[in-house]
Design a protein around this ligand. Structure first.
Ligand SMILES: Cc1cc2nc3c(=O)[nH]c(=O)nc-3n(C[C@H](O)[C@H](O)[C@H](O)COP(=O)(O)O)c2cc1C
Length: 166
């Protein structure tokens, strides 16, 4: 079994598609789990976890994460290293862009090591709770407006994660 698990929740498929791209960038050395069917014991063997959600409502978590996050955040995550990404829409939801990441971050930040923070540079939006001290708490991806930047953003992020996932 590989040592990285990518857990994602998706409503329209974008987050799943990005999760698959991330797996490819790890040369397929990662296992994919949709949180609509995952069991908490599935994550036990993995030291490195990548959590992906789309942002829905006004800055809310993707629906399947709503039930899994409380279970996940109660698990023993002390030996894990976790990175977060979110899908969002910086034009239509400019004042709640990518905020679902912050919901995950707040639930786990005191229980595990969170890596993969991203500079705010290059993103256009009005407001987001997911920026802390000038850095995103994970990677925002905007397939609705900035799909032409997705590949470069993923590549740069995975290169950073590879330094943490050793
Ligand atoms: C009802 C609805 C609410 C949304 N709310 C937000 C939001 O508050 N912030 C944001 O950045 N994106 C928001 N989005 C955009 C989605 O996160 C974006 O389209 C994403 O790519 C969807 O990913 P998925 O196909 O994996 O569900 C919203 C989309 C919908 C349909």
């Amino acid at each position: 079994m590989s040592h990285i698990a990518i857990l994602y929740g998706t409503s329209g498929g974008n987050t799943e598609s990005v999760a698959k791209s991330i797996r490819n960038l790890f040369d397929d050395n990662a296992d994919l789990y949709n949180v609509d069917t995952i069991k908490i014991d599935d994550i036990k063997p993995y030291k490195y976890l990548i959590l992906g959600t789309s942002t829905t409502g006004i800055g809310d978590l993707q629906d399947d994460w709503d039930s899994f996050l409380p279970v996940f955040s109660k698990a023993d995550l002390s030996d894990k290293t976790v990175a977060i990404f979110t899908l969002g829409d910086s034009a239509s939801f400019s004042s709640s862009f990518a905020e679902a990441m912050k919901v995950i971050y707040d639930a786990i930040k005191d229980k595990t090591k969170v890596v993969g923070f991203v500079d705010d540079e290059g993103y256009t939006y009005d407001d987001s709770t997911a920026v802390v001290d000038g850095r995103w708490v994970g990677l925002p991806i905007d397939e609705d407006n900035e799909y032409d930047q997705t590949d470069a953003r993923l590549k740069a992020w995975v290169e950073e994660l590879k330094k943490e996932f050793i």
